[in-house]
Design a protein around this ligand. Structure first.
Ligand code: NAG
Ligand code: NAG
Ligand code: NAG
Length: 491
């Protein structure tokens, strides 16, 4: 036995002694790391079942904002974090890598995460988006157009129908490929083939996919406002996140120094982050990742907290721009929820107008549309901005509301800001308007199936908001955070 082998054996023995509770080939995780990776989590519903409506109530209209499905890696995360780690391991000789134990996989490791495929929608992403389509159809079936084929006669009348019944049902998507591909898969899942078209573009008759150019300023702000806002940037949020990384990653490296001393001394804090990110992306790309089995529950929760800190400052309450950038979608959603065929109890101007015959449908989401469910596909930032505009997770009576700056020297377990539940792949925010027999109209916000209170707009049944209150509340907040240009222009 060579000296090196002898040392390797000794290392395995000493780690076994140091951590007698740990199994040799994988750590016994009680949590599922894939549900704690924030924006890298493949889609999941955080609750077992969606929150039901109050009794004797039924949905009348819904606006839905969905993040695109899972991709083969994110450009920035690759460039800053995963790429350097992948190259580091690639440049080590096999002898530098553990030859037994849970880390020995590194000797054979070939990652499916490669520069050429970053930002591309994954195969799993397509499947998940299709599943989401089926799930949304099940949740909101009454709000969809009929699955029946039109008779030739009806088809001829087509879009000219005054009542708007035959006007196209639109699905809006931001113009990046990953958004378009997600929306197409969603359409395939939620419509029968004769309406979805073979590839999900829609048949153009009943269903139509509408691409919203990412940077067209006047039209599309409701889908990708941050891309049209010069003052928005992601870099500065790395700073507070790094402070937290400085706390948790060295502890992980210290643990690894006991298990894989040779390799551990070559790893830095970014490498810890990289391996935890790779758990998510590799699983998305190929169905499994050895990195999902080499960290403790605490270490996964620390990673999740890293992402929560970062996103608090990038697109949550810690960024002053957030409510401004969440405003356009909510305003558009309010307009759509107030659509003309609702049994409206309000007499405000835009509703009075909407009682008149519909104009020819225009494409922008904020034009008038006769459909009852309005889905749009976009990027991770938008659901987060919208949650700030809607004041979700920000109860004034909570111990750790989302608007509190997160501590950077310890993890806060009972915090309300949990981005794994908000911006996972296909993470979505629904604004649901519903009517209750003999009891008027209400709105509630539902995030990935879970009802979340809009703090300050909660005078309705079961913590929902009366339609009239919602109407005024949104207007009032839109006044506060409406002056887009003034905050987005870089001076
Ligand atoms: C070795 O490192 C360089 C520089 O980071 C990188 O370009 C190269 O791809 C690495 N080699 C392997 C096999 O990963
Ligand atoms: C739709 O948005 C455009 C551009 O932001 C705006 O000029 C127009 O007034 C909006 N229409 C409605 C009905 O809100
Ligand atoms: C969050 O809650 C605090 C305390 O109630 C409040 O002052 C603040 O305005 C809220 N943030 C937003 C964006 O509404």
């Amino acid at each position: 036995m060579s000296l090196r082998q002898l040392l390797a054996v000794a290392a395995v023995l000493s780690s076994a002694l140091a951590a007698p509770s740990q199994q040799p080939f994988s750590l016994p995780n009680r949590i599922d790391p894939l549900k704690h990776l924030s924006a890298i989590s493949p889609f999941f519903l955080p609750t077992e079942k969606p929150t039901p409506l109050p009794p004797r109530c039924s949905l009348t209209r819904v606006s839905l904002l969905v993040r695109h499905s899972s991709i083969m890696g994110n450009d920035d995360e690759y460039e800053q974090t995963m790429g350097p780690f992948i190259h580091k391991i690639g440049n080590l000789s096999t002898d530098d890598l553990p030859d037994s134990g849970e880390w020995s996989f590194l000797r054979e490791w070939e990652t499916p995460i490669v520069e050429e495929r970053l930002e591309e929608l994954s195969g799993r992403g397509k499947k998940d988006a299709k599943k989401l389509g089926k799930y949304i159809r099940k949740q909101y079936d009454d709000l969809f157009p009929s699955k029946k084929r039109k008779s030739v006669d009806e088809a001829r009348k087509g879009k000219k129908d005054k009542k708007g019944k035959d006007t196209t049902y639109k699905v809006w998507t931001a113009s990046s490929d990953r958004d378009i591909e997600s929306a197409k898969a969603y359409i395939l899942g939620s419509f029968p083939r004769h309406q979805s078209g073979d590839d999900g573009h829609g048949d153009g008759e009943v269903v139509q996919l509408v691409k919203v150019p990412n940077k067209a300023r006047d039209w599309d702000r409701s889908l990708t406002p941050h891309k049209a806002c010069d003052a928005f940037e992601k870099q500065s949020s790395l700073e507070p996140a790094s402070k937290w990384l400085d706390i948790y990653a060295p502890k992980v490296r210290a643990r690894l120094a006991g298990t894989i001393p040779g390799l551990a001394e070559k790893l830095d804090d970014q490498d810890i982050l990289a391996m935890q990110m790779l758990c998510g992306y590799e699983t998305i790309a190929q169905g499994f990742s050895p990195f999902c089995h080499v960290f403790t529950d605490e270490e996964w929760l620390d990673f999740e907290y890293y992402m929560d800190v970062r996103f608090h400052y990038m697109m949550g309450y810690g960024n002053d721009l957030s409510p401004y950038l969440g405003m356009p979608w909510v305003k558009t959603a309010k307009h759509l929820l107030g659509g003309k065929d609702s049994d409206s109890d309000s007499t405000s101007d835009d509703e009075a107008n909407s009682l008149q015959p519909l104009p020819e449908p225009k494409l922008p989401p904020n034009a008038s549309h006769s459909q009852l469910l309005h889905p749009s596909f976009t990027h991770r930032e938008s659901p987060a901005f919208v949650s700030v505009f809607l004041n979700l997770y920000n109860s004034s009576t909570s111990a750790h509301p989302a608007s509190h700056p997160p501590s950077l020297d310890h993890r806060v377990p009972n915090r309300d800001w949990r981005t794994s539940h908000l911006v996972s792949f296909l993470g979505h925010v629904a604004l649901e308007r519903f009517h209750c027999k003999g009891d008027g109209d209400y709105v509630r916000a539902v995030v990935n199936g879970k009802h979340e209170v809009m703090h300050g707009c909660e005078d309705g049944l079961d913590g929902s908001c009366r339609w009239k209150t919602f109407h005024d509340w949104v207007d009032e907040r839109a006044l506060r955070w409406g002056d887009w240009e003034s905050v987005c222009d870089v001076k």
